[in-house]
Design a protein around this ligand. Structure first.
Ligand SMILES: [Zn+2]
Length: 547
């Protein structure tokens, strides 16, 4: 069984041999034909970023490293189980390498790398360098030992580098900490727990953090439901895109689960912009120590609107502190450069994302800062701190702080159904779009003015989404009949534009179409607008009967 062994061999060789740099192996499984079979694809990426995706290298057969590569292997499920078992037991590589002309060369490269790593490790600590030189002649067992030893040495060096990085910027960190506590008017109750990670580890950490909150399936359902409303393209790879955006966007982040401030290894604090980012993240550490970030509904699964509002308090507060930190520490030119840099950086990463994702990611920072500034204006940071006891509950409150500040507060109207099962099926999406989401929806499909107008007056909403594009019901409630009518008209326009509908009934407060999607749109005297978008009349009728 050559393939998996070669993957391993190449992976190792790639660590030391340029220009063939291994970046990643992806595996995906899918049924092939009617038998239960699995297809696997291994990708090898090129030596530079520019090569990724385009300069894919061929892994098989051996020796043809330069041509472009996309390999598909089909195995019966039984041979696949066997293959994977071999791979995991490490038997396949050993059995294979004997026949592979690459392995001797690889062994030499591993030896060279070992000498280099041992030298570097010994320079830090004579004990960690390893005293015994490895056997100079190739055997599969020696190769395995060498790989393990090199991994160990790399880890020693990595740990040292990170500790050195933390030690080196200790003074700079403490200076930023001091300023942040002065600006925010809160003291650290305990020392900030810093952790340094490299870019690769950051992505894994972010991915792991997301996995703690949402399963891959939940992400899929979320993306599908948003696509059904019109917020995302169909089959959008939400999870992957999200990890990419988060992983590349920042120089540091605060992990409220571990209560740690994570800094990127390559983000030096000699750089003024990284100090600004640190000031932002340190504010999160202060929030966590004083108010407990986990107490906020930041990860609530059935109300995205409420989660965005809570996030806007947290991020708006930190962005406000960050802005003040910038003003205090930077010359006008630096301030300008830094703003430009952070905007262009973000825009590069964000510009390929759909509007909904782009705007919802930026929302907590920009709108949150405006919201917090409004509260700050009334009572300084003390008033901002007090807001954590009663966090904002809707993006409508963030967009219009007077709704939050009014007595009594204008709270969203909760929408519920006695039983959400339709045709015996439970919904796979049950969530709230909110004013901001509604605004983005119509901005995307119609225009910004319509988006703002149609979203305004939002008092509450909830949607239920049923599997595989079968059906969506979206119930919304508005501040007045006029507000409800504005939403009704925008939704009718948007659905017509999206689906190219055959309209069957159109009168005041009622709009129906029977193809290609079955649409039932109606406005009630209670300022409620109900949207039903189903694949057939059966589903539409069943949703219409939902109480
Ligand atoms: Zn933040």
């Amino acid at each position: 069984m050559h393939p998996p062994a070669l993957v391993r061999a190449r992976q190792q060789a790639a660590r030391v041999q340029q220009p063939f740099r291994f970046v990643e192996v992806r595996e995906h499984l899918q049924p092939v034909g009617d038998g239960v079979q699995a297809a696997e694809t291994f990708f090898f990426h090129g030596p530079t970023l520019a090569d990724n995706g385009s300069g894919l290298k061929r892994a098989l057969p051996p020796g043809r490293g330069a041509s472009s590569f996309r390999l598909r292997m089909t195995f019966s499920s039984r041979s696949r189980v066997w293959l994977l078992a071999m791979l995991f037991l490490g038997l396949a590589p050993v059995a294979c390498e004997k026949k592979d002309p690459l392995v001797e060369k690889r062994f030499k490269l591993l030896l060279e790398e070992n000498a280099r790593l041992r030298g570097a490790a010994a320079a830090i600590d004579p004990k960690s360098g390893g005293s015994v030189a490895p056997v100079a002649n190739f055997t599969p067992a020696e190769t395995a030992k060498l790989v393990a030893e090199n991994d160990r040495l790399r880890e020693v060096l990595d740990k040292h580098q990170k500790a050195a990085a933390l030690e080196a910027n200790k003074g700079q960190r403490e200076a930023v900490e001091k300023q942040v506590t002065e600006i925010r008017g809160l003291e650290f109750k305990e020392p900030v727990d810093y952790q340094v990670l490299n870019r690769k580890e950051i992505k894994a950490t972010i991915s792991g953090k997301l996995a703690e909150v949402f399963s891959v399936e939940e992400f899929r359902h979320m993306a599908d439901a948003m696509a059904a409303i019109g917020l995302l393209p169909a089959n959008y790879p939400l999870r992957g895109k999200y990890i990419d955006l988060l992983g590349e966007q920042v120089a540091a982040f605060y992990d409220q689960h571990q209560h740690k401030l994570v800094m990127y290894e390559d983000a030096t604090l000699d750089n003024a912009q990284n100090r600004v980012v640190l000031a932002h993240e340190l504010t999160h550490a202060l929030q966590d120590q004083h108010f407990g970030l986990k107490k906020l509904p930041l990860e609530i699964k059935t109300n995205d609107d409420r989660a965005s509002a809570a996030s806007a308090l947290v991020e708006g507060d930190a962005t406000l502190v960050m802005s003040e930190f910038m003003l205090k520490n930077m010359s006008k030119q630096m301030f300008k450069d830094s703003m430009v840099a952070s905007f262009t950086q973000n825009m590069k990463q964000l510009e390929t994302a759909p509007r909904f994702l782009r705007e919802m990611l930026v929302f907590p920072y920009l709108r949150g800062q405006e919201f917090c500034a409004a509260i700050y204006g009334l009572g300084g940071y003390e008033a901002v701190s007090a807001a954590y006891a009663q966090p904002p509950t809707s993006t409508a409150q963030i967009l219009h702080p007077q709704k939050y500040l009014a007595t009594p507060r204008e709270e969203p109207i909760e929408i519920t159904w006695a039983d959400t099962k339709v045709k015996g099926e439970a919904p796979i999406g049950d969530n709230v779009v909110g004013e901001m989401g509604t605004r983005i929806l119509f901005t995307e499909w119609l225009d910004a003015a319509t988006g703002e107008k149609a979203g305004a007056g939002w008092r509450g909403d909830r949607y239920l989404y049923f599997g595989g594009g079968e059906a969506l019901i979206w119930k919304t409630v508005w501040g007045s009949a006029e507000e409800a009518a504005e939403f009704f008209q925008a939704e009718q326009k948007m659905l017509t534009k999206r689906h190219g509908l055959t309209v069957t009934r159109q009168e005041e407060g009622r709009f129906e179409a029977d193809g290609p999607r079955v649409i039932r749109l109606r406005q009630t005297p209670a300022n409620v607008v109900i949207v039903i978008d189903a694949k057939n009349v059966e589903w539409a009728t069943a949703l219409d009967a939902l109480k």
